[in-house]
Design a protein around this ligand. Structure first.
Ligand SMILES: Nc1ncnc2c1ncn2[C@@H]1O[C@H](COP(=O)(O)OP(=O)(O)O)[C@@H](O)[C@H]1O
Ligand SMILES: [Mg+2]
Length: 250
């Protein structure tokens, strides 16, 4: 294994699979994210290195594949597969998870008219998410961990756009960006696509009670934006049934 390198950056998250840092790339004004897969001391060293290398290359390839085929995700700046590191574009968030929490909670303090306006904005965001996932599946890419934390919002690039603030109502001007392809794969299987949607559905339902209505909009948009959607959605019904049976059995 190559010698450990001290990362010059701020730790964003220390997960079981990866440590994530915010740093800069080449220039001090270009923020980046460094995703490092740490060694697992309980695993055989050679096997560990091979797995780390494989996962790192696989994630970077999927990011490049999506980007080149028009699905928004961070640009890969540099890959050091031996060290298990990917350096990529920093997305200035927030995640859809944080956004929904703040936005829906803020909404409860507002009057009826304002709430209506907020609902329209949220619907637009859901429409956008459905479209993004539809596109992802159309290029036969499975995300593998579609949670609301792995969907981020990025203000559409135009001169003067600032970081999206959760109190902001210009959702229509933000793009949905997919991150974290660590469990992703290239696959045309309807079952894999249905499971992707099922994972997102579970994530939505546990994010916020009001999110149930929102997920329906995602599905509706997916239907319109993904060529093979009807077969995948039929499959989703089966996956849901299986999920329910499993939770009954415990
Ligand atoms: N390109 C990025 N720009 C900004 N923040 C990111 C980026 N990628 C990941 N993050 C942040 O780091 C967290 C963990 O990264 P992620 O790739 O999802 O790894 P994990 O497998 O640990 O979930 C994300 O939930 C998000 O908050
Ligand atoms: Mg993640």
């Amino acid at each position: 294994m190559p010698p450990l390198r001290l990362i010059d950056g701020t730790l964003v998250k220390q997960g079981a699979e990866a440590h994530v840092y915010k740093s800069t790339f080449l220039y001090p004004n270009v923020p980046c994210l460094i995703k490092v897969r740490p060694t697992k001391p309980y695993r055989h060293a050679t096997l560990d290195m091979r797995l780390t290398k494989h996962r790192c290359i696989s994630e970077a390839r999927l990011l490049n594949r999506c980007r080149s085929m028009g699905v928004l995700c961070p640009t890969v700046y540099f890959v050091d597969e031996k060290r298990g590191e990917i350096i990529m574009e920093w997305i200035e968030g927030p995640s859809v998870r944080d956004f929904l929490h703040n936005y829906i909670d803020d909404a409860s303090d507002h009057g009826k008219d304002e709430n209506k306006a907020i609902d329209v904005q949220l619907d637009a965001l859901m429409e956008n998410i459905g479209q993004t996932i539809g596109k992802l599946h159309d290029i036969d890419t499975i995300h593998g961990d579609l949670t609301t934390s792995n969907l981020m919002l990025k203000p559409r690039e135009s001169p003067g756009t600032q970081v999206l603030d959760t109190a902001d109502t210009s959702l229509a001007n933000s793009d949905v960006v997919l991150i974290d392809f660590g469990l992703g794969q290239v696959s045309s299987s309807d079952e894999d696509k249905a499971v992707d949607l099922y994972v997102l559905e579970r994530a939505f339902l546990s994010t916020h009670p009001r999110a149930t209505r929102l997920f329906d909009i995602i599905i509706d948009s997916y239907k319109r934006n993904c060529l093979g959607s009807s077969v995948v959605l039929r499959r989703l019904q089966e996956v849901r049934l299986r999920g329910r049976k499993k939770s009954m059995v415990g």
